[in-house]
Design a protein. Sequence first.
Length: 361
Amino acid sequence: MEQFVVSARKYRPQTFKDVVGQQAITNTLLNAIETNHLASALLFTGPRGVGKTTCARILARKINQPGYDDPNEDFAFNVFELDAASNNSVEDIRNLIDQVRIPPQTGQYKVYIIDEVHMLSQAAFNAFLKTLEEPPKHAIFILATTEKHKIIPTILSRCQIFDFKRITVKDAKEHLAEVAQSQGVTFEDDALHIIALKADGAMRDALSIFDRVVSYCGNNLTRAAVTENLNVLDYETYLQMTDLILANKIPDLLMAYNDILSRGFDGHHFITGMASHFRDLLVSKTPSTLTLLEAGEQVQQLYAIQAQKTSAEFLLKAIEIANDCDLRYKVSQNQRLLVELCLMQLASITFDGEKKKLTDL
């Protein structure tokens, strides 16, 4: 039986062109290599799973390629990776500094990739300062971290800093579509959208979720199957709840919320989702803000239809009520009652307005 390779490894980018959602950084690095303006110390910072270590490896291979005919040469002997999470002592850094002095046997540069660099101890940082500022001509350091604020200023001032951004839902979805097609997997657009949303800006997470869902669904990804496997509340639930709120049907709302809880969903997750849904309806009311709604065309139409049933005043009030419930959720002694009360208040926004109109008459 052939060993399964997870998609995050199988589809790891091999060139800067393949890196998803970091065009500004990859273009800068390419230009720096071509114009010979590459700094000797680089700091790659940003959220998890957005391509920091991948870009470091591509860069290490790219700067060693001139003068070599073999395009498949990966210069593995020139790349040294150190995980600072487990090698964070002064002794580890001193061993590294001793290695740095030895020139490469093949290629032009030795590249040292230090992952999770913020985990180095204060003494290790101090031992590293001089080498980082004045390394040998053949050495390039690439530091990678998810927590730039934990790195001491003297290290930051010696590095050229590249801030990696979160992968947008659109970019993640497009990349997942390419992966699905290469694997012969058919999919619904909404199914990939849900996976991209769940990944929360991390391409590695998106590919891991994709593998898990394919194992569950087989070669046909449907929206229903993906929501069931990932146990997420999709837009359909929030559209139905909003219809009940607009119709002032408090008993039906409480029963629907009870059904959501019985399916194992968290009340806090539900109420933050309601607040986000009202925000999405608000941006759907104006064509100029429609781009802020990260959803497929079919879903955008459903949002546009429901947005027309609501006023901006109603949505602003609804966001305020749902957000207030979100803030009070963790300190509440009776969390279920808090959410139920929030739903009653939401259903009473338009109802109260009608009562006031009648009393005015």
